[in-house]
Design a protein around this ligand. Structure first.
Ligand code: GDP
Ligand code: MG
Length: 300
């Protein structure tokens, strides 16, 4: 494995080959990668999570944000996961088209992750990769995930700032997922504001926020038209304001606590031979009065 300083040098020159190799290494060698990950020296680059239903305009929005950052001379990393299409490449191809300007750009690194097949789970993969990006010299790190109620990636436990992207027609949906979304969103984006009734939806959303959160924790609401790059500077301002507000705050501590819990759980799981569990379970579970607690206990 190359050292992180070699990887960083590559990134500085716009050559992402060593970075890509490090990612593959992490994906394929959970235990061996630990030594590499433990040696990283992550900078305090905030991780921005962008989530929301499929088609809301997350990738288009990220595309617009990248434009702004690239113009400022910054380096940007985008990690994108679409758990709704585990084997189908469609969503990833769609993002490739949406963000096509950036795939070969020396300031931008975009990586799509399959939602399954990661040793140690997707959350672990994301945690490792965002830490790697923080250590590799990027100025901005964005993670795109599809949020559909029970997102496979708990983006909120991974991101410093979580942006939930909705569209004006999302009224009922919001009602449905109200509690969950209210908890994770630091910023709401109402994208496709070129559509009729966008303002009504914004007002409705603001009202729901006021009813459900205390004023200090209230997420900002930003209207955008991602395809026109409209509202992106407001979005940037809202994200920056949130990052300022969370410095050393309770939310930051909670985020790190969640990460540490995930790592402890993963390392405990590494001590278990999961194949052995499966084989043993196959014969045991058909017995009458099979007790799952008693069975699991033999593997602790
Ligand atoms: N009218 C309109 N269409 C948009 C806007 N933003 C994105 N779209 C379109 O919505 C579709 C889905 O966008 P995409 O970024 O792939 O959504 P994602 O699945 O959330 O990443 C694409 O056809 C975009 O061109 C917007 O602000 N207004
Ligand atoms: Mg997308």
């Amino acid at each position: 494995m190359h050292s992180i300083s070699d990887i960083k040098q590559g990134v500085a020159k716009g050559d992402f080959l060593l970075l890509a190799k490090a990612i593959s290494f992490i994906e394929n060698n959970v235990v061996a990668a630990n030594t590499f990950l433990e040696a990283l020296v992550p900078a305090q680059v905030p991780i921005m999570g962008i989530t929301g239903p499929p088609g809301a305009g997350k990738s288009t929005l990220i595309n617009a944000l990248i434009s702004t950052w690239v113009e400022e001379g910054k380096k940007v990393a985008v990690l994108s996961v679409d758990p709704s299409s585990p084997f189908h490449q469609g969503a990833i191809l769609g993002d490739r088209i949406r963000m096509k300007d950036w795939y070969l750009h020396p300031q931008v690194y975009i990586r799509s992750l399959a939602s399954r097949g990661h040793l140690g789970g997707l959350n672990m993969a994301m945690l490792s990769m965002t830490t790697l990006m923080q250590s590799a010299g990027f100025d901005y790190i964005v993670v795109e995930t599809v949020g559909v109620g029970q997102s496979e990636v708990e983006i909120a436990s991974l991101a410093d700032t979580t942006v939930v992207v909705l569209v004006p027609e999302a009224g009922d949906e919001v009602q449905m997922m109200k509690s969950g979304l209210m908890e994770i969103a630091n910023v709401f984006v109402v994208n496709k504001s070129d559509r009729p009734n966008a303002q009504i939806f914004v007002n409705h959303l603001k009202q729901m926020i006021a009813e459900n959160t205390s004023s200090q924790l209230a997420p900002a609401v930003v209207s955008t038209i991602a395809t026109e790059r409209e509202g992106t500077s407001d979005l940037l301002k809202a994200m920056e304001a949130h990052q300022l507000a969370m410095q050393d705050g309770l939310q930051k501590k909670e985020m790190f606590f969640n990460k540490v819990v995930q790592l402890i759980m993963a390392s405990k799981m590494n001590q278990v031979d999961i194949e052995k569990v499966k084989i043993s379970l196959a014969s045991e579970c058909t017995r009458p009065n099979f007790n799952v607690f008693k069975f699991a206990q033999t593997f602790y």
